[in-house]
Design a protein around this ligand. Structure first.
Ligand code: BG6
Length: 514
């Protein structure tokens, strides 16, 4: 084989060697399995990447047969499969899906699960690897792990592996996350533990490292000397559809999105180059960013740097929407935020003095996640007396995570004509036009990685705990102080409360228009 020129190539070649296994999904009758997991596995099969001798066992409480379970999943796949639904492929794929009824806390259910897995092994003529996927309600994670340990299912058959994938939320604060980490650690080794953060599986999120570390152009400028501020926006036009209000009202934007997805994006943007692309080297660098976040302690610091808000009635895409507190399954007196904006500082040499602004919210005008890196103005502009057309003179690098995945660079150019007028123009790279194929769904990539034993795109226990440590201080100021910072308001369908605009205006900045 030709010698590889760089570690990125090596890493890419090593990807996706999923090993034969049985995936046991706990909470298999839930929305996640139907909408995301099975369509992801089906699409992996459609790409020819599914390992041979692959099986899925759905573990849940409701009584149903394999046939009924498969029919429900087929319906879900028709609606959610990225590459459509092929009858023939589905029927060969679905033959290997089985249903196992049991309560999560019932030891007998695990004895029967073991018998079922042993039977599959006998039919195959060899023991299989086992991937246990916790997709149940989070309260069931600990009982399931306890039962896996008590039944010995956490130990792989000789020469095989047993791994666990944990869905979010991974705890609801530092104490609960630690307790969950302890139970996981008593059951599986950290190298066999895969904490899902589906944002890490998104194609453009993975591209952040390639953009930064495989191009000589950006890295020399990627610091406080050249970068003025960084903005990360994760906007959703959805509200509490599909009965989500019940869960969401106990979580809020900070726990639901910032502690995990947004901090993962922040880490990828701000981390130092890893020495290699092994899971631990990458995660070592990411966790250093979270540890270097300047803590926001006490209600004053929180009020000065964090804006929380709920949406009032308004309209999104021309459709009238109720306010957050009127949503189904939301407490009418709720003090849970549906929007949060933060100004953060990372206390490292690289980022000293550079504000990182993060905002995330429901019922904003559209669905869009992007990172924009705003560069400082040149020290001296010989064209200062000439007219600048357009509203901004700074260079901006925009990484569009979704939709319309791509990277754009805004630079100043001379307008054609006799006069020396300048205008901002956009150099745009779009995944869809450059590569011509749709990117795989995040879950396709992450499931394959878990089957291949690559934990790079999964959160490590210390990442999760350090993120909670930071978030807990904000929660404390909001919910347990004498003078809690206010809950602001914005009309559904607007870009958030004016207090969030004010947060940037204080620094002479404004949110990038999306
Ligand atoms: C989930 C959150 O993790 O991510 C949801 O719990 C949110 O509240 C969702 O809607 C957004 O994911 P995506 O991939 O649609 O941006």
């Amino acid at each position: 084989m030709a010698e590889l020129e760089n570690p990125f190539e090596e890493n890419l070649l090593n990807r996706n060697r999923a090993e034969p296994c049985t995936v046991v999904i706990f909470g298999a009758t839930g929305d996640l399995t139907n909408r995301k997991l099975i369509p992801a596995l089906y699409n992996v099969a459609a790409c020819g990447d599914l390992p041979p001798q692959f099986k899925v066992v759905g573990f849940a409480r409701r009584d149903k047969s394999d046939e009924v379970f498969r029919a429900e999943l087929e319906e879900g796949n028709r609606r959610n499969s990225r590459q459509g639904h092929d009858e023939e492929l589905w029927s060969s794929f679905a033959q290997n899906i089985h249903y196992h009824r049991s309560e999560f806390e019932d030891p007998a259910g695990y004895v029967r699960l073991k018998q079922l897995l042993d039977r599959f092994d006998r039919e195959r003529g060899a023991p299989a690897n086992r991937l246990f996927y916790l997709a149940s309600a989070p309260e069931a994670f600990v009982p399931i792990l306890d039962m896996l340990r008590a039944s010995g299912l956490n130990h792989a058959p000789q020469g095989r592996w047993a791994r666990v994938v944990c869905e979010k939320p991974f705890g609801k604060d530092l104490i609960t996350a630690r307790a969950l980490n302890d139970t996981v650690a008593a059951t599986f080794a950290e190298r066999d533990t895969y904490r899902i953060d589906h944002y890490l599986g998104k194609e453009t999120a993975q591209n952040i490292m390639v953009l930064r570390f495989a191009n000589a152009l950006f890295e020399p400028n990627w610091n406080s000397r050249y970068i003025d501020n960084v903005q990360i926006t994760c906007a959703e036009n959805l509200g509490m559809e599909g009965g989500r209000g019940g869960y969401y009202d106990t979580a809020g934007a900070l726990r639901d999105m910032v502690q995990n997805h947004l901090f993962q994006l922040l880490s990828l943007v701000a981390m130092e180059p890893p020495t290699d692309l092994s899971a631990d080297s990458v995660r070592d660098e990411k966790v250093k960013v979270i540890r270097a976040l300047r803590p926001l302690i006490g209600p004053e610091a929180v009020a000065a740097n964090v804006v929380r808000a709920q949406y009032a009635a308004g309209s999104v895409d021309g459709v009238a929407r109720v306010g957050y507190r009127q949503e189904d399954r939301v407490n009418p007196q709720s003090m849970t935020e549906a929007y949060v904006a933060l100004r953060l500082f990372i206390d490292t040499w690289r980022w000293q003095g550079v504000p990182f602004y993060i905002r995330v919210g429901k019922r904003l005008p559209k669905k869009a996640t992007e990172i924009s890196v705003h560069f400082k103005k040149p020290p001296q502009v010989p064209f200062a007396t000439r007219r600048l057309l357009g509203n901004s003179s700074e260079n901006t690098l925009v990484i569009r995570i979704q939709p319309d995945e791509g990277i754009a660079m805004r630079i100043l150019c001379k307008q054609p004509g006799q006069a020396l007028n300048m205008q901002q123009v956009k150099m745009d790279f779009r995944y869809s036009s450059s590569f011509g194929t749709a990117s795989p769904e995040a879950y396709e990539r992450l499931l394959l990685d878990a089957m291949a034993g690559d934990a790079t795109l999964f959160a490590r226990c210390d990442e999760v705990e350090n993120a909670w440590r930071f978030i807990d201080e904000i929660q404390r100021a909001w919910h347990y102080s004498d003078k809690p910072p206010p809950m602001c308001e914005y009309p559904a369908g607007s870009w958030g409360p004016r207090e969030a605009d004010e947060l940037l205006r204080q620094d002479g900045h404004q949110w990038r228009l999306l």
